[in-house]
Design a protein around this ligand. Sequence first.
Ligand code: PGA
Length: 248
Amino acid sequence: MVNSSRKRLVIGNWKMHGDSAFNSQLLAGLRTGIAQVQHCDVAVCVPFPYLYQTQSLLEGSGVSWGAQDVSQHEKGAYTGETAASMLADFACRWVLVGHSERRTYHGETDAVVAAKAAAALGAGLTPVVCVGETLQEQEAGQTQAVIDRQLAPVLALGAEALNRLVIAYEPVWAIGTGRSATPEQAQEVHAFIRSRLEAAGAGAVRVLYGGSVKGSNAASLFAMPDIDGALVGGASLVASEFLSIAAA
Ligand code: PGA
């Protein structure tokens, strides 16, 4: 069955890029260009300091916004962290959790990632839980085992929680490399993730693909039955390119 019941979703992950002047151009471009995009939810996940700017410039447009990380804790003595309630205060709708760069450079474990997803849900945000294997793991034939391990504590949150989140499959070897997974490769893993979600009572959850998605490869990825959209890094920094993905 083609993914007709699941609305497509394209999220930009700016990572640690941007400044006030750059963002204001990019956000203005999205605000005007979004009119050409139909049947697709479009969002940007921006660095924390620019949430207020993003909110101001996107409010009332068809583009929603969010952050790239969140604390697993509700509040308290956690210097440098940002609570889910603070993101909600800036009308964030989304937050990425467990991006491979957070797992790699900040030692985020599968359990921490699931706790962050739960914290986000608690504040009414939609967590976008990122999973994916490294090149070494892929070459060793461990893709499914790695995804199972990463998903386990998330699936344990239960169907009610699962039905309020989004999964992003991002093979680490495809992120920022210009080498996207082929649609068939991605579909195989998406179908696997879907089977796990279905077994947990959440088969309708949107599963995004991420890793070198561009205007030129988006349509072939989106043609796959279990690919419900994309998490876009580099290409989300150019309004026309990002919108062409959303329009694909
Ligand atoms: P990329 O990044 O599109 O630049 O490969 C994707 C991501 O890391 O979310």
